[in-house]
Design a protein around this ligand. Sequence first.
Ligand SMILES: Cc1cc2nc3c(=O)[nH]c(=O)nc-3n(C[C@H](O)[C@H](O)[C@H](O)COP(=O)(O)OP(=O)(O)OC[C@H]3O[C@@H](n4cnc5c(N)ncnc54)[C@H](O)[C@@H]3O)c2cc1C
Length: 478
Amino acid sequence: MTTKEATPIRVAVVGSGLAGLATAYFLTRNTRGVDVTLYERHAALGMDAESVTVEHEGEHQRIDVPMRAFSAAYYPNLVALYKHLRIGFDPQSFSFSFAHKTDDAHGGPVPDFLYRGRRNKGPRCIRRGSMARPLFWVSTVWSYLVMVILAWLYTVCGYTPHRRTFGEWCDSIWMAQSFVDELLYPMFSSIMTADMAAVRAMPTREVLEYVAHTFLYRHYRVRGGVSQVVHALTDHLPADRVRVGATITDVFPVDTHRIGLRYKASDGSQAEAVYDHLIFGSQATQTAIMLQWYHDHTQPSSRAIFCAQLLAQLRALHYKKSTVVCHTDTGILPPDEADWRDLNFVTPACKGAHDAYTMATHVIHRSPAQVVMQTTNPLPQLFPAADKTIRQSTFDRFVLTLEGRQAREHFFQRRGKRRTLGPLQGSPDGGGGGVWFTGSWSYGVPLLEGCVTSARLVAERILQQHDLDASHIASILD
Ligand SMILES: Cc1cc2nc3c(=O)[nH]c(=O)nc-3n(C[C@H](O)[C@H](O)[C@H](O)COP(=O)(O)OP(=O)(O)OC[C@H]3O[C@@H](n4cnc5c(N)ncnc54)[C@H](O)[C@@H]3O)c2cc1C
C-alpha cells in the first residue's frame, strides 16, 4: 500500500455504470492516497439501476436490465475483473428464432428460422417460407463461412479494412444479399440495439474483430445478477462517498489545478464540491452538457481552447435510445409455443427500411404459471401490454460510426494491440489535475469490455501522475 502524498488526491467520478465503478475501484483499491466520490443521478448505482427482482415459482429472481452477456475471447479484462471479484458466471447456450413481421399481420410473429441451441431436443434448425429454399441455404452457409473466415484472417493478420463501413464491406464481399438482409443485419441490429442504417454505418474493422472473437465462442452471464458486481466494486467506499440521486448540473474552473462541480440532490437541494480530478463515466452527450458551463466560464487561454476541442469531439459521438421492457405478455411470442426460443428476434418485413430495428425477446423464466421476458426495442404492433409490464426502461447507447471512431481517438488510441489515452484526457499541459473520460464507447464496439479497458487506462495514468503505485491494476487484469 502506498501513501506518498500526505493530503489525499480528491477525485470525483460522475456516473456509476461499469466504467465509473471500475475506475473508482482501481483508484482506491490498495491506495490510501486517493479519496474518490461517486456521483450517480439514478436512485441506485447505474450498472444495476434498471434491474428488477421477480417472484418466480416461489423464489426471488434477479433479472439484469439490460442483459449484459459476454464472451471470454472478446472480454478478457471483464472476465479478469469478475474472477478477481469472485463473481460467478454461467455459460449460456441460447436457442433463437428469426421472424419477419408485416404491419398488417395480427398476433404473434411466426418465425421463418428456428435454431434449437445445444441443450434442447428436436431438430437443430427449422426453416420455413423463403428460408426453406435449398438455394437460400447453400448461399447462407457459404456467406456465413466467408464472413467468419475473413473476420478471423483479418484479425489474426492485424489487417482489417480501416476506412470502410460494414455496409460497404458487405456489398463488396461475395455474400448473398438474402443472408445479409434477412439474418446478418437483423442480428447486429439486436446486438448493437441500433437500426439497420446504423449497422451499415459501423466501421468494418470493429465489427469483424467482434465477429472473430464472439461468433462460435461460448457466452456467459453473471450468476444471480450484476448487483453483486456493483456491491463488490463499491463495498470498500465510505457511505458518504457514494452519492446516488445526485445529478451533476455543471462543472466550473476553480484554479489551474482544481475543478468544481455543482450537483442537485434528489430532495431538490443544490451543492458544490471541488476536486483535483474529475472523471466522466457518463454518456458523452451528457458529459458535453455538463462541460458547457466550464467552457463558457474559462478565460480565453489554452484551457478554453482545450475545452472547445473536448466539446467538439464529445458531440461527434452519437447515441440512440433503446427501450427495454420486462414483462409477462406471451402474446408477443410466436403463436405456437413449440416455436418459442430463448431469444426471439423479429424484424419488420419491409426490406431495405433503414430505420427498422430488430426486436429481441429473451425468455428468462418459463413455467406453466408464468413466463418472464425481457424485450428490447419492441415493434409498435408488438409492444407488451401495460398490465403485463414489470418495468420499462430507456437507455442511451453509443452507436459507433467512422466519424465517432475518429472522435474517440482524441480520448483513446490503439497502437497495434496496445491501448493508450489520447491527447484530450487530463489537462492541456499534461500536469496534475484534470478532466478524464471513461466508458464502453472507448474501445471496439460499445460493450462492457470497453468500460474496464478505459477504467484501467485512466486510473493508471492518474496514479502514475501522483507517483502512486498502480501495479495492483495490472495484477488484477493481466
Ligand atoms: C439494451 C442493451 C443491451 C445491452 N446488452 C449488452 C450485453 O449483452 N453485453 C454487453 O457487454 N453490453 C451490452 N450492452 C452495452 C452495455 O450495457 C453498455 O455499453 C454499458 O453498460 C455502458 O456502461 P458505461 O459505464 O460506459 O455507461 P452507462 O452504464 O451508460 O453509465 C453512465 C452513468 O452516468 C450517469 N449519469 C449521466 N449523466 C449524469 C449526471 N449529470 N450526473 C450524475 N450521473 C449521470 C447515468 O445515470 C449512468 O448511470 C447493452 C446495452 C443496451 C442498451
